[in-house]
Design a protein around this ligand. Structure first.
Ligand code: DMJ
Length: 641
């Protein structure tokens, strides 16, 4: 693996990226080797002495204790006092004593011979000159380095150059649709321009206070989250000046060597996903370089006893930890389970398998675990490898884990059958235990809490309508029709949750309780923060069915956003969708530009813009190309464009 020379960008030289395996660990390993060798010699001599002393002692007892895993010949000892079995510790006694004594003698001889041999070898070594020993150590070192190199180079399932089809166009060739699409583009410009004026470089915008905004997921640093998240939307809308502006800011200002503790998940889906999509769409190297630099900074989060990453990591120190509120120090399923797409692409682009290995390790670990009722709990402790509370959700804390199982399969050109199987198993259990029909005939996805189904569905869970239709083709026992229907039912329920409000915008979560259907009950659940999931589902349903109702519903949502969320300084969330005089929360979320407006734009475009057999959208709506993983190795791909 080579280190590509990087061109100076806008007068600033980007430090060369080491895209190959890091050399530091090899060095450390080889340094330890000489110490290890000397230690081995001393140890070998010491063990020989001990065994010698032990075996030449008089045989005063007939009951010898061994803890050497000699289960084949010795009898498990039951501790009479406690009556408890003590596996691994064995006593010799009983009628077969003679046979055991012979066996014992044979073993004793074998051990004695082995140790005499070891002692001889050690003596031989010590006879050698210093130079000879050094030469031998050097040979050993080279061998280890070689072994490590071969290990690193092991081919990973991989890809030829992806086919970048449908990055332009999408003109709907119908005046009404064209106007709608233009309107969405104008909304994007309004959101972007105001961020450009009032929030530039900050993570998000306060459109009413007209200043920058951030939350703890982005850490304490100004990382321009809105810029990175919005880039690909700007690109596909043809807003190229704005795109270049964002690119320049990234080239000159986006720095990951900051003392800032960020959410691994959020940074992955918004930054790495955003940068990778911008790279694939535009071909500009800088985006790939930044994505890889950032990924390197996230890797220390995986240094846990199980390899399940921490929720947060300090980009400078590499120290990780979990959210204080998560069940007994647990990591979150939707967080550590939503890295796969981006990490596989990183390995694909760099030829460095480290990212791929990290996410495959998570998958393997999850596969081995027991699942209550076949459901994945939302919490997993990264120290013990045990589940936390038995809560399962297709909304917050669980959602995109299921999405990424399906998308791993799609992204692999449908060759990652393991991912598809995990997805099929998971949604079967979800359908059985979480999906119900209300009295009024609305299908909803509830939340499973310690064996009890809470009849409440989050706005976040509305994405699942799109997921079901996206996964219909290739479903088990060809249940495509069933999943198309299920997706349509979820879309209808989520549309109802919008339609039953004063603002025609959906609440954060809604209940199905007696007479209450698809309506939020608690004040704290009545807000709408410009979320995309319902519109996302309309778009997938539109692509797979071409039923005009999804465009109608999407347009209703767009008009409601325009009417109630638009303010002079951008777009804001609202605190209560049931109140006809909206109170604004004064936050323009970065996902509004990354997702909500992108899905709306695609909904009014023709299907040739980012066709779904060539592109898979990450959970933040960043399109990544399908990789033909079955045919090649993950060698560095020199010319994606
Ligand atoms: C986005 O950041 C992503 O879609 C994520 O998977 C969940 N929610 C937000 C938007 O609501």
């Amino acid at each position: 693996m080579t280190t590509p020379a990087l061109l100076p960008l806008s007068g600033r030289r980007i430090p060369p990226l080491n895209l190959g395996p890091p050399s530091f660990p090899h060095h450390r390993a080889t340094l330890r080797l000489s110490e290890k060798f000397i230690l081995l010699l001393i140890l070998s001599a010491f063990i020989t002495l001990c065994f010698g002393a032990f075996f030449f002692l008089p045989d005063s007892s007939k009951h010898k204790r061994f803890d050497l895993g000699l289960e084949d010949v010795l009898i498990p000892h039951v501790d009479a006092g406690k009556g408890a079995k003590n596996p691994g510790v064995f006593l010799i006694h009983g009628p077969d004593e003679h046979r055991h004594r012979e066996e014992e003698e044979r073993l004793r001889n074998k051990i004695r011979a082995d140790h005499e041999k070891a002692l001889e070898e050690a003596k031989e070594k010590l006879k050698k000159s210093r130079e000879e020993i050094q030469a031998e150590i050097q040979t050993e070192k080279n061998k280890v380095v070689q072994e490590m190199k071969t290990k690193e180079k092991k081919p990973v399932p991989a890809a030829p150059i992806p086919n970048l089809i449908g990055t332009h166009g999408g003109d709907p060739e119908d005046n009404d649709l064209r106007e709608k699409r233009e309107k969405i583009k104008e909304m994007m410009k309004h959101a972007w321009d105001n961020y450009r004026i009032y929030g530039w470089g900050h993570n998000e915008l306060r459109p009413i206070a007209r200043k920058g905004h951030s939350t703890n997921i982005f850490g304490s640093s100004q990382m321009g989250a809105t810029i990175v998240d919005a880039l690909d939307t700007l690109y596909i809308m043809g807003l190229h000046d704005e795109f270049r502006d964002g690119q320049k800011w990234i080239e000159n200002n986006l720095d990951f060597s900051v003392n800032s503790e960020v959410s691994v998940f959020e940074v992955n889906i918004r930054f790495i996903g955003g940068l990778l999509a911008a790279y694939y769409l535009s071909g500009e190297e800088i985006f790939k370089i930044k994505a890889v630099q950032l990924a390197e900074k996230l890797l220390p989060a995986f240094n846990t006893p199980t390899g399940i990453p921490w929720a947060m990591v300090n980009l400078k120190s590499g120290v990780g930890r979990n959210w204080g509120w998560a069940s007994a120090g647990s990591s979150i399923l939707a967080e550590f389970g939503t890295l796969h797409m981006e990490f596989v692409h990183l390995s694909y682009l760099t030829g460095n398998p480290v990212y791929y290995k990290k996410v495959m390790h998570i998958r393997k670990l999850l596969q081995k675990m027991d699942r209550p009722n076949g459901l994945y709990p939302n919490y997993l402790n990264p120290r013990t490898g045990r589940w936390g509370q038995y809560h399962t959700s297709v909304g917050g804390l669980g959602d995109s884990f299921y999405e990424y199982l399906l998308k791993a399969w799609l992204m692999s050109d449908k060759t990652d059958h393991e991912a598809r199987k995990m997805y099929d198993d998971a949604i079967e259990a979800i359908e059985k235990h979480l999906i119900r029909k209300s009295r009024g005939g609305l299908t909803f996805i509830g939340e499973w809490k310690n064996g009890h189904l809470e009849k409440k569905m989050g706005h976040l869970a509305c994405f699942a309508g799109g997921m079901f239709v996206l996964g219909a083709d290739g479903s088990r026992m060809d249940q495509a029709g069933h999943y198309l229907e299920l997706g349509a039912e979820i879309a209808r329920t989520c549309h109802e949750s919008y339609d039953r409000t004063a603002l025609k915008l959906g609440p954060e979560s809604f209940k199905f309780d007696g007479a209450v259907e698809a309506v939020a009950v608690r004040q704290a659940e009545k807000y709408y923060i410009l979320r995309p999931e319902v519109i996302e589902t309309y778009w997938y349903l539109w692509r797979f069915t071409h039923d005009p109702r999804y465009r109608e519903w999407g347009w209703e949502a767009a008009l409601a956003i325009e009417k109630y969320c638009r303010v002079n300084g951008g777009f804001s969330g609202v605190k209560d969708v049931y109140s006809s005089t909206p109170m604004h929360d004064d936050v323009q979320q970065s996902f509004f530009l990354a997702e909500t407006l992108k899905y709306l734009y695609l909904l009014f475009s023709s299907d040739d813009l980012l066709p779904l057999d060539h592109w898979v959208f990450n959970t933040e709506a960043h399109p990544l190309p399908v990789l033909h993983l079955a045919n090649t190795t993950l060698s560095r791909n020199p010319a994606v464009r």
